[in-house]
Design a protein around this ligand. Structure first.
Ligand SMILES: C[S@@+](CC[C@H](N)C(=O)[O-])C[C@H]1O[C@@H](n2cnc3c(N)ncnc32)[C@H](O)[C@@H]1O
Length: 383
């Protein structure tokens, strides 16, 4: 099948059998094979796994493709797509969900999201990059009524692999659809949208947050308005803060298609508005904070931003709920809680912990790949 072979130790072999799928340059025999080559891993003379290599990225030097001796990419992807599909079916996810979550679905580096009949691919695996048409065919064969396959392989993770950004339609032509969640409708525009078009990772959290919404509610960093809109029946007054213009345009459309005509939408920098509201001593019953990843660029600066935004939000609450999220993988759950607790204590306020929130069930985390766990949040009653 290939002339490329790499020797691995027994320790690495055992890690592979234990589910580990990404290895650094220091963990295996170093080879300068071309990026994205198919490589056979052997321990002694025995076959261990098929893998691919990226000599340009020492951290993701080897990615495991399969531990089956007879490897064929098309059959392997079809099989894994079917297994991934069965799990989503079993937990009642239908119509929109993350179909493939990288290592957790044994397709290292590959994300496949589904929004009705539109499929979005985001890939950082160099072998899949070379064989994207095979992945496309497998999706068309396993997926039901697929109208469009859109590739959105862009962003920082792609740069780290030294792979060029690729954003294009692989099949069909439709790039916009409407999904339903929590009894509300939402436009998902996979082309202009962030991530793959919609924050699938907040699925359960949206219905949990709805339980606590009442009175005057502020949805800060709102994107296209999912939290506020799903909870809209329970709020007397709804405010949205979002910096990105095209997200605000979709948010306004989402309000319209759900018949919400009394919301206040500010296309603005949330930090400035929170500061202004604090200075004016304005009060809200519920503040939802779902900022972008603040820490990946600079940890210390990110922590300072996190403290600032949460501090301003706490000041807006007299007796109500702070629902605070972080999608920064570098900010661990306990650390986030300790920051919030310290902040509240320093303000001589009282609080109770109502709930800890996590990423949706289609974002499951295979161990040892704990880096796949990134989203956490807290519902705090503050008074
Ligand atoms: C994690 S997303 C929010 C997702 C949203 N809660 C949802 O579930 O659909 C963070 C959002 O914050 C926006 N954003 C980033 N910096 C901002 C800022 N300084 N002020 C307002 N919005 C900002 C981004 O454009 C993005 O839409």
């Amino acid at each position: 099948m290939t002339e490329y072979e790499i020797k691995v130790s027994k320790r690495i072999r055992n890690k592979i059998f234990g589910g580990k799928q990404v290895f650094t340059i220091n963990e295996v025999q170093k080879r300068e094979y071309p990026v994205g080559s198919l490589v056979k891993l052997v321990c002694g003379n025995k076959f261990v796994a098929w893998a691919t290599i990226n000599p340009k990225n020492p951290k993701h030097y080897i990615r495991i493709l399969s531990t089956e001796k007879d490897y064929d990419l098309y059959s392997d992807i079809v099989n894994k797509l079917k297994i991934a599909q069965r799990y989503r079916d079993k937990i009642g996810y239908s119509r929109h969900y993350r179909w493939v979550y990288s290592e957790s679905d044994f397709l290292s580096g590959l994300i496949v999201d589904k929004f009705e009949n539109i499929i979005v691919i985001q890939n950082t695996n160099p072998y899949f990059d070379k064989n994207i048409n095979i992945i496309k065919e497998a999706i068309l064969d396993v997926g039901k009524n697929v109208e469009t396959i859109y590739e959105k392989s862009v962003g920082k993770n792609r740069e780290k692999e030294w792979l060029p950004p690729k954003e294009r339609i692989l099949y069909g032509s439709k790039t916009r659809t409407t999904i339903k969640e929590g009894g509300k409708k939402f436009i998902v525009d996979v082309k202009s949208g962030q991530k793959t078009g919609w924050f699938l990772d907040q699925r359960e959290n949206r219905s949990i947050v709805k339980k606590f919404v009442y009175g005057k509610t502020l949805d800060a960093f709102s994107y296209t308005g999912s939290f506020g809109i799903i909870s809209s029946d329970k709020a007397d007054e709804l405010w949205f803060l979002e910096k990105n213009r095209s997200s605000v345009e979709v948010l306004i459309e989402n309000l319209k298609i759900n018949g919400i005509d009394n919301a206040k939408v500010l296309n603005t920098n949330a930090y400035l508005v929170l500061k202004k509201f604090s200075a004016e001593n304005r009060k809200f019953d519920v503040v939802i904070l779902d900022p972008p990843d603040l820490l990946s660029e600079n940890y210390k600066k990110g922590i300072r931003s996190f403290i600032l935004v949460n501090s301003m939000a706490i000041d807006l609450i007299k007796d109500g709920y702070l629902i605070s999220f972080s999608c920064s993988q570098d900010l661990k759950e306990d650390k986030m809680f300790s920051i919030l607790r310290t902040l509240i204590r320093r303000k001589s306020r009282r609080f109770e912990l109502i709930s800890r929130l996590h990423q949706a069930f289609d974002h499951k985390v295979i161990f040892p790949h704990k880096e796949l766990e990134y989203l956490k949040g807290f519902v705090l009653h503050i008074w």
